[in-house]
Design a protein around this ligand. Structure first.
Ligand SMILES: [Zn+2]
Ligand SMILES: [Zn+2]
Length: 341
């Protein structure tokens, strides 16, 4: 399923941004592996690519950065995996490895960061290639479909939790309750049983889902939480929840924005930002940029040990457009996964 051009999904009547085509099987290069893809997760970031907020540098491009499959073939010098091994590929496709960011453990901030399914063909296809040291073994406790959302939604949720720097008995807010937030909730329930989670979501279905998973409280975006929050993780694609979240923060609290891009639709709500209500008392805003390989590895280990299993909804590869539009229309419950083979 390839993207051939940027499109505006709110204007496009057809609403079929991706097209099913036949492509040549890619050939693994030096220290690369060829992966026969079994499933690939669907992420809101694909909409950011399709609509041009984080555009691919070339077309056509195969999207998808939560791929799980088996090693089909090894390129020259590739030794880390055997043929048939199960591997996952995440958003980080490569980083330079020699710049100050890479050398200090922040390869997510590398100037030469390449993203799977944006800067290189990703997992919405039967085959893909990747450098072997940017692929991960998948713990046996997960099915392929369960593992896929852990590679992005889970890993970035884990990174967001690290950046939130919240105490184990703190009050955590989550704005939006899609794939990433629901995995943060599952992680918190197991790892920090004394932490209370407050969920803000537009859709009643998402709020119900949050309460089922153990949220202390769930309300609409504009509601005031019953207590002030030590940290809030925002996983929405829009701006209004940022202003609302700052209002609910405790003194010295931190808002972590987990989104590659924000949509422009409600940007004017930022004008409601009031210094006294939203920023005073040393409140902080921190964005989450990409993920590192250690985020992915650490989260896979943590999730396997507990185990944290995502709630998954499966679609056929050909139905990728439908799955993406459901995310666009906020029909989200759990994580969406495409079945490739
Ligand atoms: Zn993603
Ligand atoms: Zn680098």
């Amino acid at each position: 399923m390839v993207l051939k051009r940027i499109c505006d999904l709110s204007q496009d009547k057809e609403k079929k941004p991706l097209e099913l085509i036949e492509m040549n099987r890619p050939v693994p290069g030096e220290k690369e592996i060829l992966v026969k893809v079994s499933v690939c997760g669907v992420c809101h970031t694909e909409l950011d690519e399709i609509e041009g907020r984080t555009p691919p540098p070339r077309f056509p491009i195969v999207l998808g950065h939560q791929a799980v499959g088996r090693v089909e073939e090894r390129g020259p010098g590739s030794t880390m995996f055997k043929t048939g091994d199960r591997v996952g590929v995440a958003w980080i496709y490569s980083a330079c490895g020699v710049c100050p960011s890479c050398l200090s453990g922040n390869e997510n901030l590398c100037d030469d960061f390449k993203a799977t399914g944006r800067d290189a063909d990703g997992g919405y296809a039967e085959y893909m290639t990747v450098k072997e040291d940017f692929a991960y073994s998948i713990p046996p406790v997960f099915t392929d479909a369960e593992a896929a959302p852990l590679l992005c939604a889970g890993a970035i949720g884990y990174r967001s939790m690290k950046l939130a720097r919240i105490a184990p008995e703190g009050n955590l807010g989550l704005t939006g309750f899609g794939a990433s937030a629901h995995l943060v909730m599952k992680m918190v329930k197991h790892r920090y049983p004394r932490m209370k989670v407050y969920v803000f979501a537009r859709s009643g279905e998402e709020r119900m889902f949050a309460l089922e998973l153990g949220a202390a409280w769930a309300g609409d975006t504009e509601e005031e939480s019953p207590v002030k929050l030590d940290a809030v993780i925002d996983t929405t694609p829009v701006w209004r929840p940022i202003v609302e979240a700052l209002k609910n923060l405790e003194k010295g609290g931190r808002l972590v924005i987990n989104a590659i891009r924000k949509e422009p639709i409600d940007k004017e709500s930022l004008l409601q930002l009031d210094y006294a209500a939203h920023l005073w008392w040393e409140k902080e805003i921190k964005s989450v940029a990409n993920v590192t390989r250690s985020d992915v590895r650490e989260f896979l280990q943590l999730a396997a040990g507990i185990p944290i299993k995502p709630e998954v909804r499966e679609y056929n590869l050909e139905d990728a457009n439908r799955a993406l539009l459901e995310i666009k229309d906020k029909k989200i419950r759990g994580a969406k996964v495409l079945r490739v083979s």
